[in-house]
Design a protein around this ligand. Structure first.
Ligand SMILES: Nc1nc2c(ncn2[C@@H]2O[C@H](COP(=O)(O)OP(=O)(O)O)[C@@H](O)[C@H]2O)c(=O)[nH]1
Ligand SMILES: [Mg+2]
Length: 200
């Protein structure tokens, strides 16, 4: 959950890019890192795992929105996609504030998308979290490829709750900041609701 540092007047939120291997999670982070002013971001750090990499970096959004005088800071993480790394995936979800569920739009990846979606639900529940209580958006990536499923079909498969969704071409940056901004806005609204309710 978001950590609030009263001394520094800073709120830190954790955003996780979740989805099957090779769907474009790292590409999202790389694009954001490239396009964010140096003073607004920390270093992008790669934690190497044998086959794939989990990445995170500190990120201060350009708006640097002040909520009741607090600076907001977002830490973006990706998870390793392959089935064998489930313990790492679970660990990265610990304390998550918001999720961008990234899908690969190619027809042959539909099963992988759905498996990853169910894996997300299962891993969240191991911490007592759920999609109902966690702000998240869905990103339909690789819209530039020829063999892609229509959005309506993908919505039916991986977005039963009809949360905000975005088409993207992460290699060119299309839809990347749109997805990030949407989830960050949802996370801050969620936090402010909890504050009002006296939960944090
Ligand atoms: N054509 C196309 N390729 C993409 C897109 N996004 C990512 N890729 C490619 O897909 C591969 C896997 O991307 P990566 O970000 O490493 O996936 P991850 O495993 O989810 O982190 C890389 O070769 C990327 O260049 C996209 O929107 N369109
Ligand atoms: Mg990756």
């Amino acid at each position: 959950m978001a950590s609030i540092n009263y001394a520094l007047k800073e709120i830190s939120c954790k955003i996780v890019y979740y989805g099957p291997g090779m769907c474009g999670k790292t590409t999202n982070l790389q694009f954001i890192h490239q396009r964010t002013m140096r003073e607004k971001r920390g270093n992008m750090v790669s934690l190497a795992t044998p086959g794939e990499r989990t990445l995170f970096f500190d990120f201060l959004p350009l708006e640097a929105s002040q909520i009741h005088g607090f600076r907001t800071k977002f830490q973006l993480y990706t998870v390793p996609g392959q089935v064998m790394y489930n313990s790492t995936r679970k660990l990265v979800l610990r304390g998550v504030d918001g999720i961008i569920f990234v899908c690969d739009s190619q027809w042959e990846k539909m099963r992988g998308n759905l498996e990853s979606f169910h894996n997300l639900i299962g891993n969240l529940s191991s911490y007592g979290y759920s999609l109902e209580s966690t702000p998240y958006v869905v990103q339909y990536n690789k819209r530039d490829l020829p063999n892609i499923a229509p959005i309506e079909y993908m919505q039916y498969v991986v977005n039963p709750r009809q949360v905000p969704s975005f088409e993207s071409i992460a290699i060119h940056g299309n839809g990347v900041f749109e997805s990030l901004n949407a989830v960050c806005t949802m996370v801050l609204a969620h936090l402010s609701q909890k504050q009002k309710a006296g939960v944090v």
